[in-house]
Design a protein around this ligand. Structure first.
Ligand SMILES: CC(=O)N[C@H]1[C@@H](OP(=O)(O)OP(=O)(O)OC[C@H]2O[C@@H](n3ccc(=O)[nH]c3=O)[C@H](O)[C@@H]2O)O[C@H](CO)[C@@H](O)[C@@H]1O
Ligand SMILES: C=C(OP(=O)(O)O)C(=O)O
Length: 426
């Protein structure tokens, strides 16, 4: 298994290209199930999860073709053709490896009138239930049955009637599933307390480009007027706000100066506000964000929340960064009950972090020291990379397959801006 080796202490500086967003890509790809015409996605990041999702689409009968991208390019173009589907099932073996697989439930049900998708179960960051996905689909008219670890959903008469559902808590995945199921329903659907994440806006934009009728895009009430059929489209995946935020933390923790090319400041207001409060200079340019760290970092008090709040996907990276702040920071994780797996690993590098329930107190330390550490999930892995960049000596991060799920060519991007980082096989 590969490891990443970092010899810390280098100040990062230069331009770094931001890739297409994983969390958008994984909700745009299943849209192709909704039409028999080709859907072409540009700026699709080269990630293990994108490959995995392609594999899942192949399993149900869709073809995926990657076109004319050179190996040196970031991102790629993929055309998905779901002319005819021969299966309505997402099996356990795929769903257990990739949580986003649950996002085929709504589109397969809408297209085929029935779907059978394995229950995803928990994962390292906590219990990740799908009850709200199912309740929303039921409200749109689906009949749901849970048997032998699978969700079986069917639309009476082969097509959902549509309906109204107000989410009791904001759920990104359930909003996405319900949206994709509602766009071809017979009638109008209204989703209340819907997630407003930029990735949901990206999803709406693709669906609209395919002929869907959606009102209230970017707000908490989405009104979807069902259409008889959707057509193909070509669409560019939005820039990855979490990747951009992670590299902004890399600039901050190394006292560096990075220009994040292609990053969209509008999508990452809470992250940029937190960086500014920590004493980092953030300069918004036409097609990039420049992040410059000067003196010592200031401690912060942050609590994760649905968009436009501070993203749970940025919590681990900020925790690593705040290990180098001059004072004690307080981080509260409100979305996932177990998203502190990076804490014991950061402690191995000299971090001083106390966790009480959902709150972590991060006391800044004079120095972090390189150590062998183990990645436990995607963003936890990134927090270890960040700590390694700032640490004295060598850090070896194992289980880097977590990173490969969400960071396109990480070591290449970081070494181009001055990091001493390499991937080694065992
Ligand atoms: C609101 C939020 O920040 N969502 C994050 C969540 O999306 P993801 O779609 O995975 O999770 P949800 O947004 O659905 O979860 C939000 C909250 O709702 C709960 N829930 C969710 C679905 C359900 O059926 N029942 C239920 O109780 C979850 O346990 C969680 O506490 O993880 C992704 C990966 O880290 C992030 O990119 C998203 O930003
Ligand atoms: C946890 C994440 O992703 P996933 O929902 O795909 O596990 C993430 O993007 O931080």
């Amino acid at each position: 298994m590969d490891r990443i080796l970092i010899r810390g202490g280098n100040r990062l500086s230069g331009r770094l290209k931001i890739s297409g967003a994983k969390n958008a890509a994984l909700t745009l790809m299943p849209c192709a199930i909704l039409t028999d015409e080709p859907v072409t996605l540009r700026n699709l990041p080269r990630l293990a999860d994108v490959d995995g999702f392609g594999h899942l689409l192949n399993q149900i009968g869709a073809s995926t073709r990657v076109e004319g991208t050179r190996p040196e390019d970031f991102g790629r173009v993929m055309t998905i053709r779901a002319g005819q589907l021969f299966s309505t099932e997402a099996p356990y073996d795929i769903v257990r490896k990739m949580r986003a697989s649950i996002l085929v439930l709504g589109p397969i049900l809408a297209r085929m009138g029935e779907a059978r998708v394995s229950l995803p179960g928990g994962c390292a960051i906590g219990n990740r239930p799908i009850d709200l996905h199912l309740k929303a689909l039921e409200a749109l008219g689906a009949e749901i049955e849970l048997t032998a670890g699978y969700v079986k959903a069917s639309a009476p008469g082969g097509r959902l009637p549509g309906g109204r559902y107000t989410f009791p808590v904001v759920s990104v995945g359930a909003t996405e599933n319900a949206l994709m199921a509602a766009v071809t329903a017979k009638g109008t659907s209204v989703l209340g307390n819907a997630a407003r994440e930029p990735e949901i806006v990206d999803l709406c934009r693709l669906l609209i480009a395919m002929g869907a009728r959606i009102d209230g895009v970017g707000t908490e009430t989405l009104t979807i007027e069902g259409v008889d059929r959707l057509h193909g489209a070509t669409y560019s995946v939005m820039p990855d706000r979490i990747e951009a935020g992670s590299y902004a933390c890399a600039a901050a923790i190394t006292g560096g100066d990075l220009e994040l090319v292609g990053a969209c400041a509008e999508d990452m207001r809470a992250t940029l506000a937190a960086l500014t409060e920590a004493g980092v200079t953030v300069e918004e340019k036409r097609d990039s964000i420049r992040v410059t760290a000067h003196g010592p970092l200031q401690p912060l008090t942050l609590s994760t929340a649905p968009y436009p709040g501070f993203a749970t996907d940025m919590q681990a990276q900020f925790m690593a960064m705040l290990c180098k702040a001059g004072g004690t920071s307080t981080l509260t994780e409100t979305i996932f009950e177990n998203r502190y797996m990076h804490v014991p690993e950061l402690a191995r590098m000299g971090a001083d972090i106390q966790v009480h329930g959902r709150t972590a107190m991060v006391k800044g330390v004079d120095k972090l020291t390189g150590a062998p550490v183990m990645a436990t999930d995607l963003r936890a892995s990134m927090s270890l990379i960040l700590a390694g960049l700032a640490a004295e000596g060598e850090t070896s991060v194992s289980r880097v397959y977590h990173l490969d799920r969400g960071y396109e060519r990480l070591e290449e991007k970081l070494s181009a801006v001055g990091a001493d980082i390499e991937r080694v096989g065992d």
